[in-house]
Design a protein around this ligand. Structure first.
Ligand SMILES: Nc1nc2c(ncn2[C@@H]2O[C@H](COP(=O)(O)OP(=O)(O)OP(=O)(O)O)[C@@H](O)[C@H]2O)c(=O)[nH]1
Ligand SMILES: [Mg+2]
Length: 453
């Protein structure tokens, strides 16, 4: 695909489909200007227009006016894709857009863009590296300010420059080994064994730091699953409603009000929480309630954080505790005592005491929840962090090869083997930024984009 791709001129709607104030149709490729000239009537011929200029005119189907438009001209290499590129701003009507795109597609030099193809071209034309291309998708899909910042930093090259720095160090170490291989007859030692080992170990440490950032990176990018469990009537749904600031789930004093699992999203200081209010685990013979309990169990299995709720009357149910143990979850757990407004009956060991009714203790609880999720993490979204599984796996491979290299040096110091381990580590790092990335991986990455990006 990659060889032909750059010869074609591609077109797609760049704004969301549907009615809006304005829609933008984007073209990229060598024929962009010529193709648009065939259906555009304005004061200037687009093919002669300067880069970064804007032109008013009409799109015509023979003599019929389809719409008045504004055309932005980007000449290569100064465009998003690095190719000649056009953006047509039309009135935001799906019919107008459809008509203009089909007019453009009538031209044999034009075809509809594949998902992510504009960004893929930007990558293939070296406008951005692979981590930056991936950050474009993350940025578009960001749902909270923190995840947006993380994607923005990756787009600005924070991760790329860290990986580049590591590659530089690796090349530097490798060059000593290669030199020794060249002068093997003379038996000249260019680097001491200990020094070599310590240099590689420092690199392993730096890679470990990046690997460790993955859980934080994943949390800020994807958010977490929070599951509320506890006996009937302790106030699980009331807690959900409080956090959402709306009356989402039915609350009543009848035990067993919530029978299904309810899932809602809320952002707390930029951290995305998917909160699941459940039916809990009460023993029941009734078929709908049974299903509800099954759903509670499966929510717990996918939980990152469990809110185990009790109230001042019942305390924390030992039955629920047993259920949670049986489910063997690795999720974090916060124990919460609700309804403190009713007065405490006994002293209980819990993380937070709250009242979903009066709001007492809620600020501390929500703050504590955030602390629990982000932990004592030394990372912030401003650091070079790994939030993408592909990057994580490449780093792991780089590390494995470096560990192997250390072992080789320690055991035999056979130059060829060390060199080959270091090369494998370098390839793994290069794959992150896309210097050497197999086509199927590229296709996989870009196919997840939306069309028009
Ligand atoms: N006094 C007081 N009552 C509360 C508090 N939180 C909830 N309640 C009341 O407790 C009852 C049960 O609340 P829910 O939120 O429906 O409890 P639940 O755990 O979701 O119950 P089920 O869905 O039946 O399992 C309702 O009458 C609520 O008004 C609280 O902090 N203080
Ligand atoms: Mg409920």
């Amino acid at each position: 695909m990659n060889n032909i791709i750059k010869e074609d001129t591609i077109v797609a709607l760049a704004t969301p489909p549907g009615v809006g104030a304005i829609s933008v149709i984007r073209l990229s490729g060598p024929q962009s200007f010529m193709v648009v000239d065939e259906i555009f009537s304005g004061e200037v011929q687009i093919n002669r227009a300067n880069t970064h200029t804007l032109h008013y005119g009409k799109i015509l189907n023979e003599s019929e006016i389809i719409d008045d438009v504004l055309i932005s001209v980007f000449r290569k290499p100064n465009s998003y894709t690095g190719e000649n590129s056009i953006e047509i701003s039309t009135h935001g009507s799906p019919l107008v857009v459809q008509k203009i795109i089909s007019l453009l597609l009538c031209n044999e030099n034009v075809r509809a863009a594949e998902p992510g193809e504009f960004t893929m071209r930007a990558f293939l034309n070296n406008k951005i590296d692979l981590t930056q291309a991936e950050a474009v998708a993350d940025l578009i899909n960001s749902r909270t300010i923190i995840s947006l910042r993380g994607a923005r930093n990756q787009l600005d090259g924070l991760l790329s420059s860290k990986v580049d720095e590591l590659r530089g160090k690796l090349v530097n170490i490798s060059s000593f080994i290669e030199l020794e291989l060249d002068f093997v007859e003379e038996e000249i030692e260019f680097i001491k064994k200990n020094e070599l080992i310590s240099k590689i170990k420092i690199m392993i440490g730096e890679i470990d730091y990046l690997l460790d950032s993955y859980s934080f990176g994943k949390i800020i990018k994807e958010g977490i699953n929070v599951v509320i469990v506890g006996e009937p009537n302790v106030g699980k749904s009331s807690i959900l409603n409080y956090m959402l600031k709306e009356s989402r789930a039915i609350v009543s004093d009848i035990p067993g009000t919530t029978r299904d699992t309810i899932r809602e999203e809320v952002s707390i200081d930029g951290l995305l929480l998917r909160i699941h209010d459940t039916a809990g685990f009460r023993a029941t013979g009734e078929v709908i309630e049974k299903e509800g309990v099954e759903r509670s169990r499966s929510a717990v299995k996918n939980a990152d954080l469990i809110l185990f709720v009790g109230d001042v009357e019942l305390g924390l149910s030992s039955q629920v505790e047993i259920e949670l143990k049986e489910l063997n979850t690795s999720a974090n757990l916060l124990k919460i005592l609700n309804k403190t407004d009713l007065g405490k009956k006994e002293k209980l060991l819990v993380d937070f005491e709250i009242s979903a009714k009066t709001g007492e203790g809620m600020t501390e609880f929500i703050h504590g929840l955030k602390e629990k999720v982000l932990g004592e993490s030394a990372y912030t979204e401003k650091d070079a962090i790994v939030s993408n599984l592909r990057h994580y796996q490449c780093l792991e491979r780089a590390k494995e090869n470096l560990v192997k290299a250390v072992k080789t040096v320690e055991e035999s110091f056979s130059g060829e083997f060390v060199a080959s381990d270091l090369r494998a580590a370098e390839t793994a790092l290069a794959e992150i930024i896309g210097v050497v990335t197999p086509d199927d991986i590229l296709n996989n990455i870009f196919s997840k984009f939306c069309i028009g990006k």
